[in-house]
Design a protein around this ligand. Structure first.
Ligand code: NAP
Length: 254
C-alpha cells in the first residue's frame, strides 16, 4: 500500500511511533525514525534496525528533538536519501496528569513545546517539500484528550486540542496543493506512556477505563498504526482535515 512512499515518524523509537514505522515499512515505505533516543523505551532492537531485519524497506535513524526546528528540518532532509518525504507522522508527545493549581511555567512550556510546537514545525518542514512535489500526507497525533476537557489533564488536553485545530487549519491551507492533513485521536493505548510515565495499565484506573470502553480492552500501538496506514495510503485520498478516533468507542459510545 505504500510502495512509493517515504515516511518520517517522530518519536518513532517507541510505542505508537514504533508500531507506525513498522506497519508502514511492512507495506513498502522507506522510513526515517526521528527521536531523541534510538533505543525503544519498552526494550528491543532500535526501530530502524528491526525494520531492515524484517522487511525489504530502507530505514534510518535521525537524532531529533522535536522542540528544535533545525532537528525537524534535518529529519525531513534525511528522507531525501530515499526520494523525499511523502508521509509525515508528527507522533512524538508527552503525557502526565497534574494538579492545575500546581502547574509551573517550565512544565507547561515543555509540554507545549513537544506536543504543539513539535507538531506545528514538523508539519511545516514536511509541507515545504510536499507542496513542491504536489502531494503528501501529514498525520498528527492528537488524543481523545483533544476532543473533550478534563480537570485531571488540563495542560495535556490543551495541547491536544491545539493539535486538532492546527490539523484542520493546515488541511485548509495545504489541500489545494495536494497535501492532506489529518489527526489521530487515540484513547487508552498500552505503551510506556500509560504503564510508566502516568501509570494507568495495571492500576485501579485501568478497570475504570475498561468499564468506559465498549470494546472492553485497552488499545495496542498496532491499532493506532492501522489507522495511520489508512490515512497515509490512497485509501483515504478524499479524507482531509479529519479526526480519526481510535478508542474502542470510549468517547462517542458511552
Ligand atoms: P511513548 O511510548 O512515550 O513514545 C514516545 C516517543 O517519543 C519516545 O520514544 C520518546 O522518547 C519520544 N520523544 C519524547 N520527547 C521527544 C522529543 N522532544 N523529540 C523527539 N522524540 C521525543 O508514547 P506513546 O504512547 O507512543 O505516544 C505517542 C503519541 O501518541 C503521543 O503524541 C501521545 O500523546 C499520543 N497518545 C498516546 C496515548 C496512549 O494511551 N499511549 C493516547 C492518546 C494519544 P523518550 O522515551 O526518550 O522520552
Amino acid at each position: 500500500m505504500l510502495t512509493d512512499d517515504v515516511a518520517v515518524v517522530t518519536g518513532g523509537s517507541s510505542g505508537n511511533g514504533r508500531a507506525i514505522a513498522r506497519r508502514f515499512a511492512a507495506e513498502g515505505a522507506d522510513i526515517v525514525v526521528a527521536d531523541i533516543q534510538e533505543s525503544p523505551r519498552e526494550g528491543g532492537e532500535p526501530t530502524h534496525e528491526l525494520i531492515e531485519d524484517e522487511t525489504d524497506a530502507n530505514a534510518t535513524f535521525v537524532e531529533c528533538d522535536v522542540t528544535n526546528v533545525d532537528d525537524l528540518e534535518s529529519a525531513v532532509e534525511a528522507a531525501e536519501e530515499f526520494g523525499g518525504v511523502t508521509v509525515m507522522v508528527n507522533n512524538a508527545g508527552i503525557f502526565h496528569g497534574e494538579e492545575f493549581l500546581e502547574v509551573d511555567e517550565d512544565g507547561f512550556g515543555r509540554m507545549m513545546d513537544i506536543n504543539v510546537k513539535g507538531v506545528f514545525f514538523g508539519a511545516q518542514a514536511a509541507a515545504k517539500r510536499m507542496v513542491e512535489a504536489d502531494g503528501g500526507s501529514i498525520i498528527n497525533l492528537s488524543s481523545v484528550a483533544g476532543l473533550e476537557g478534563s480537570g485531571e489533564f488540563v495542560t495535556y488536553c490543551g495541547t491536544k486540542g491545539a493539535v486538532r485545530l492546527f490539523t484542520y487549519s493546515m488541511a485548509a491551507k495545504l489541500g489545494p496543493d495536494g497535501v492532506r492533513v489529518n489527526a489521530i485521536h487515540p484513547g487508552l493505548i498500552e505503551t510506556t506512556m500509560t504503564t510508566d510515565d502516568f501509570p494507568i495499565m495495571g492500576t485501579d484506573a485501568e478497570s475504570e477505563f475498561l468499564e468506559a470502553i465498549p470494546s472492553r480492552r485497552a488499545g495496542q500501538p498496532e491499532d493506532v498504526a492501522d489507522a495511520a496506514l489508512y490515512l497515509a495510503s490512497d485509501l483515504s485520498d478524499y479524507v482531509n482535515g479529519e479526526s480519526l478516533v481510535v478508542d474502542g468507542g470510549m468517547t462517542n459510545s458511552q
